[in-house]
Design a protein around this ligand. Sequence first.
Ligand SMILES: [Zn+2]
Length: 354
Amino acid sequence: MRVPPTTEFSLLGEHEFKKEQFFIKLKVFSIAFSFVFLFWGFSFFLSALNQQLAIDRLVLVRPLEVYTYNLSEYPALTPHETSQAIHIGIQSFEDHFAIRFNEWNVKEGVVPEELKSEYYSWKGDAQSEWPMLGLKVWKDNFYPMFSQKWNKNPGQALRVLMTNHPLYASNAAHDIETRHLGADKLISGLGHPGFVLISSYRAFQPSSRVEGAERVRFIGEYVLAHELGHAVLGLKDYVVDAHSKAGRAPASAAIQRQCLMHTDANGGMEAWQALKKRTLSQNVDCYEYERLISAFKLRTMAVLMLKTGSRVEAKRLHEQAIAQAASFAEPWLVAQWKEEHRLFLSVIRRWMTL
Ligand SMILES: [Zn+2]
């Protein structure tokens, strides 16, 4: 059949039009695809960069930032004694847990920024009303706030406030271990990854039976190093009846064996009697925390390997560290290591789970 030239012409025109449409679509598609591809590429690059920066920021041991601030109402260590107590605390921590603080500084006569309004507005005559003397305000207001800040940057300096006001365990519900407190319910310190509070008040009370030169050692080792054990290693308090034959034998023996986190249910003084006899700078005669200390060593090796590029082996060690710490450490430490573990994943895997 003959097709009139006009029809043929219009069919040809239609064909050209479709072809043009096709190329336009192809062009739009390839531009869109290039954009998506570029976006993916860019987000992958950013993810890799972020991961590297976060790896560079990983610290083996957090630096310490110690604040000292005393209220005139209460007895206090002299600045020299406070400095000695800090040195003893850092040395004892190393003796007990084989972990050394390489970086630390002391800020004398000041409190951390967040506590300034409370401490600097203190009036001696209203001391019994002052909320900072009770555990409640620390647990309800300050610890959640410090905790939030720490969560955002777990490698930040661990802040410690050494002060001299009393700190009482209130009757209000709380989850800290209080069986080792004396009848006066005085607390010597609180150890938390977000913040550490050390009060020398209890060491000045006759009930503590701590006198003279012993006081510096008591605050440095029995209180400061102990609270750092909570704040850095996530160790729990082990309260045992030193005279009980029914209790777990190693725990009872641990009190006599200079175990810093073990204490007795009678004011904790039995544990102190054993601790004060040991020589500073020497390893302690205690093996109760070995599993957690070795988890820390594994984590240290894992971080060092990750920094030097041996990611696969580092990941394996880090997994081991987490598994080992899980049975001994406070849940916050395990949660933080699990979060940190994302840095041990390959860039692609981490990018895909963002
Ligand atoms: Zn404790």
